[in-house]
Design a binder for this molecule. Structure first.
Ligand SMILES: C[S@@+](CC[C@H](N)C(=O)[O-])C[C@H]1O[C@@H](n2cnc3c(N)ncnc32)[C@H](O)[C@@H]1O
Length: 394
């Protein structure tokens, strides 16, 4: 379908929704009681996001935040509160009716926050060509919008362009566990419902990486709907536009675990306990809080084994295994990761797992790196399988 046909259908859908005050999309987890203290009810009524703007909790006073597809303005107004009167917020939306609602209520929000004037600038524009200067923004947020774009690689490139080095994004969006079939893609109405444009998670993640982002990882993942066997998930992802590498004497990284092997976003492979030489950019990346607890960074190579307190592993229980429909998806920050039972997880690609592996991935050290769905349409007899003595049944 032509891009402009999709864009027009999406814009008309949201113009209609905001005009009718329609309820749409997904539960978001906003604390409306709290937001009601400074955001007018008509804005809260058209909250059409699919996640919580968790990235906003990292906002520092004085920062510049940009919201892609700002709708009625809910995330912009929350950002406005957090950046304080010295910070700035930019909301971009292509739908006049949405912009009108947001602009109408901006002065009330400013007054409720005790600001002399609003610090939110709602601009009309497309996510694929944002009316924003290069490197003008500290944090990009977006809530259930990028799936609606017919040209997601362009949106990701634009995000990279407008973010300052060291800046970050935190976006909630709808993704799928597999490619969307043509009968859904060619259904204009389903675009507006956040279904037709959903990318499989591995493509979404890959698009962000191709645009130049690093440290891309899941903050939250909630299964949303299953339609014709396709799982639609609400995911919140964060990632970084790294600063130029800092000079450092740290020249080696040793993986502590719990994975036995990982491949990072720049294609370097690390095996648990084996030191690998790293360049300054990887050293900068691995020092970010996201990698806390995963690597030991040293000036000289440091090898360690299972008897070392830094070694981390989660072994499967020595018990029977049941195939009950679970599939695990690695959700970053690695391209590829291997566990102690020799499963190789590729980022965003569902891999069928048995009950034993499901339990392993629920361990606190693994949980942040995975999303799990269940593709079994009905409960079955799910016979327990006796594993081989080596434990390699699955
Ligand atoms: C599902 S609503 C979400 C609104 C808001 N983020 C929220 O959480 O309530 C999608 C919004 O994105 C806007 N939008 C969709 N595609 C867009 C695009 N390609 N460029 C700019 N805005 C877009 C729509 O006009 C609509 O206001």
């Amino acid at each position: 379908m032509e891009s402009d046909v999709i864009t027009q259908a999406v814009s008309e859908r949201y113009a209609r929704a905001v005009t009718n005050g329609e309820e749409m999309c997904c539960p978001t987890g906003y604390n409306h009681e709290d937001l009601r203290t400074f955001i007018p009810e008509p804005v809260l009524k058209v909250s059409y996001g699919c996640g919580t703007p968790v990235g906003l909790t990292t906002v520092q006073p004085g920062e510049t935040v940009l919201d892609i597809g700002s709708g009625g303005g809910i995330d912009c107004f929350e950002a406005s509160r957090r950046v304080g009167p010295t910070g700035r917020v930019i909301g971009i939306d292509m739908t006049d009716e949405m912009l009108a609602l947001a602009r109408t209520h901006a002065p009330t929000v400013a007054a409720n926050l005790g600001y002399p004037e609003t610090n939110v600038d709602f601009r009309k524009g497309q996510a694929e060509a944002m009316p924003v200067d290069d490197e003008d923004v500290d944090l990009i947020v977006s809530n259930c919008v990028i799936n609606l774009s017919p040209d997601k690689p362009k949106v990701f490139q634009e995000m990279f362009r407008i973010l300052r080095p060291g800046g970050r994004f935190s976006i909630s969006d709808i993704v799928s566990d597999q490619a969307i079939p043509n009968y859904m893609i060619y259904d204009k109405e389903k675009w507006g419902d956040c279904l037709s444009g959903a990318l499989p998670l591995h493509e979404y993640w890959g698009g962000l990486r191709d645009a130049g982002f690093l440290g891309i990882h899941q903050v939250n993942l909630i299964p949303w709907r299953v339609i014709d066997g396709i799982h639609f998930l609400s995911i919140t992802l964060t990632g970084y536009k790294l600063t130029n590498p800092q000079a450092t004497s740290l020249a080696f990284a040793t993986l502590k675990g719990p994975f036995t092997q990982v491949t990072d976003e720049r294609g370097h492979t690390f095996k648990r306990g084996i030191p690998e030489s790293i360049d300054t950019q990887t050293a900068t990346l691995l020092q970010s809080p996201l990698y806390d607890g995963l690597f030991v960074l040293t000036e000289t190579p440091e090898k360690f084994t299972g008897s070392d307190s830094r070694w981390s592993e989660v072994l499967p229980e020595d018990t029977t295994c049941v195939w009950d429909g679970h599939f695990a998806m690695l959700t970053g920050p690695f391209l590829e990761a291997r566990d102690d039972d020799d499963h190789t997880f590729l980022c965003g690609v569902p891999l069928e797992i048995c009950s034993k592996t499901h339990r392993v991935l629920q361990h606190a050290t693994y949980q942040p790196y995975f999303g799990v769905i269940n593709r079994a349409s009905q409960p079955g007899s799910h016979e327990a399988i006796i594993c081989e003595p080596t434990g390699g049944c699955c």
